[in-house]
Design a protein around this ligand. Structure first.
Ligand SMILES: [Mg+2]
Ligand SMILES: [Zn+2]
Length: 197
């Protein structure tokens, strides 16, 4: 079993644009490719976990979510980077579309997407990290016993000023590359890294 770094998509890996509903609005942060490659090279599974309530709200359909994944995969592949697993939740408890109207197990901060990755990719959640721009990403980490990094990109700078009671990240980073640098140092220091077992 290897550790994973679970990445939020919008606001963490790519620019937050409200609801990303057209490919021409997709923009990786300038450091995202380097960040993913560093994690690949270190031996982490790199897994994206994303709430896509825009599907439940009828703003775009599930094939578009997959199209975005393929586009990001292509951008990364051209530079030698790789996402090992893609997971998204298309549901919302208030969805106008009945097929997506549900209180599911996969909508962050519930742990369904990470549970699925554990089963499909053989990931050890207790040695893993979650990086995201919302407190729900931090809560997701808490729910599976992983470490949590809040990034200040996307909604992160605003979120940082509005921490829910009792909630704290293990680290707050300016952006994904700073978060990844911390993960690499922390995993060596705590012997939780991919090489450790
Ligand atoms: Mg986000
Ligand atoms: Zn769901």
């Amino acid at each position: 079993m290897k550790p994973a770094v679970f990445l939020d998509r919008d606001g963490t890996l790519v620019e937050e644009v409200g609801y990303l509903d057209r490919l021409d609005r997709l923009s990786l942060f300038p450091w995202s490719i380097d960040a993913v490659r560093l994690l690949n090279r270190a031996g982490f599974a790199v897994v994206v976990v994303s709430n896509q309530a825009g599907v439940a709200r009828g703003f775009f359909a599930e094939p578009f979510v997959l199209e975005v994944q393929r586009e990001i995969d292509a951008l990364l592949a051209a530079a030698g980077g790789r996402i090992d697993g893609w997971y998204y939740c298309p549901h919302h408890p208030d969805a106008p579309l009945p097929q997506y109207h549900r209180a599911c197990e996969c909508r962050k901060p519930r742990p369904g997407m990470i549970r699925q990755a554990q089963a499909e990719l053989g990931v050890d959640a207790s040695r893993s990290y979650v990086i995201g721009d919302r407190w729900l990403d931090v809560q997701l980490a808490r729910n599976v016993g992983a470490r949590a990094i809040l990034v200040r990109t996307g909604y992160g700078a605003t979120e940082e000023r509005q921490a829910p009671d009792g909630m704290a990240a293990d680290m707050v980073a300016d952006n994904l590359i700073e978060a990844v640098s911390w993960v690499l140092r922390d995993s060596r220091a705590t012997r939780h890294g991919p090489e450790s077992r």
